[in-house]
Write a protein that binds this ligand. Structure first.
Ligand SMILES: [Zn+2]
Ligand SMILES: [Zn+2]
Length: 376
């Protein structure tokens, strides 16, 4: 039997009359907190429904997630996790938030100037850096650090992660800690990149409001990064965290000294804007539009054009279904450039323990089996 929490019983009853529905008010008392924020629940027929319940509790064939408990086991208040009114402008600004907004503004101004300073040299430098820093996020930050979906020698891990530190997705401690919370609490108020908060939030809000993100992750305002103790134990990741903005500053200086304003505008501005906005597509668009071949307890979707722009990260429903898989595009037509690079690294002996979902795991996540009631 499965339980699902909805504020509109008639919708779910029409879909599957045998599906038990509980009242969201009753649910609220069980989880001790909730909010009026809208989230999406997944029905057995793969249709998406907006509800006013922030918790998804399911039994047997569904995952149980308690979004009302912090990592320290304390109950979190609705106020801390939900997005308050005036969350962006009308709040206390901290120096780190201001630094993030400053860099966000700088790369956008440079990107606007870039077409007026076009040179082929600057264009190719920007293209090369886009791929390097893009793979730094997809391969280094995401598949390697967040999910440990394969192993590489330490020097190569550090190389990719250092490239990722130039992609304007913040330092590895912040990114990995935040991303782990995204998987655990996807689409709820506790999700640090909740698509339900809108595009603006997913695009820049999540990294310009440190204290709010820390609260969502169940941590104090300073952020303990409690989900990444193995990264905190490594000096390079602590160093990158403490000196984060010195690194893009050094790269900007190098580009300017080598090729002048043109290299600066293309290598930092245009490249930074493209990489940052493409990366945010995976967290926003891939939770709204696309196909859902797997029965995940969130709104993740597979979106081909996002996958093209994000080096394979757009096969997001595949990824939420099998987070540890190094491969996100499972079908031959689901092009996943990051997976192609991992395959190459394996071929030349640099990648090992490459994780892929087994056929039994795929059967368990299959939507069709769930509809037929043949849950294993
Ligand atoms: Zn997601
Ligand atoms: Zn992930």
């Amino acid at each position: 039997m499965s339980l699902i929490c909805l504020n509109n019983k008639s919708i779910i009853s029409k879909l599957n009359p045998s599906f038990p529905v509980i009242n969201s008010l009753k649910w609220r008392t069980q989880t001790s907190w909730s909010s009026s924020n809208t989230i999406t629940l997944i029905s057995p027929s793969t249709k998406l429904f907006r509800t006013s319940c922030t918790a998804i509790h399911k039994t047997n064939d569904y995952v149980t997630r308690d979004v009302g408990t912090t990592t320290q086991g304390e109950t979190m208040s609705e106020l801390e996790a939900a997005l308050p009114k005036g969350w962006f402008w009308f709040r206390k600004w901290h120096s780190e938030d201001m630094a993030n907004v400053f860099w966000y503004a700088v790369i956008h101004v440079l990107a606007v100037c870039a077409p007026f300073m076009f040179t082929w040299g600057a264009f190719w430098v920007a293209t090369g850096l886009s791929f390097l820093t893009g793979f730094g996020v997809t391969l280094g930050y995401h598949r390697l650090l967040c999910h440990r979906s394969f192993k590489v020698p330490k020097w190569l891990e550090y190389f990719f992660v250092y490239c990722g530190a130039h992609a304007f997705q913040k330092d590895p401690l912040f990114y990995v800690n935040t991303h782990k919370n995204h998987h655990k609490y996807a689409d709820t108020d506790r999700d640090p990149v909740a698509p339900t908060h809108g595009f603006w939030y997913c695009n820049m809000g999540w990294f310009c409001n440190n204290h709010h993100i820390a609260a969502k992750c169940g941590e104090s305002k300073g952020g303990e990064y409690s989900k990444v103790p193995e990264l905190k134990a490594q000096w390079l990741y602590r160093f990158l965290h403490d000196t984060y903005y010195w690194h893009p500053t050094a790269l900007a200086a190098l580009l300017y000294l080598h090729g002048g304003l043109s290299y600066l505008a293309w290598g930092m501005g245009m490249r930074g804007v493209v990489v940052h906005h493409f990366a945010s597509l995976a967290t926003f668009v891939s939770h709204i539009w696309g196909d859902r071949p797997w029965n995940t307890p969130d709104t993740s979707t597979n979106n081909w054009w996002v996958a093209m722009l994000t080096l394979g990260e757009g096969w997001h429903n595949n990824h939420h279904a099998f987070p540890r898989s190094a491969r996100h595009g499972f079908e031959w037509w689901q092009f996943d450039l990051t997976w192609e690079l991992i395959k190459f690294l394996k071929l030349v002996g640099l990648a090992r323990d490459v994780k892929l979902p087994t056929e039994a795991e795929k059967r368990r996540m299959s939507v069709k089996l769930k509809i037929k009631g043949k849950v294993e």
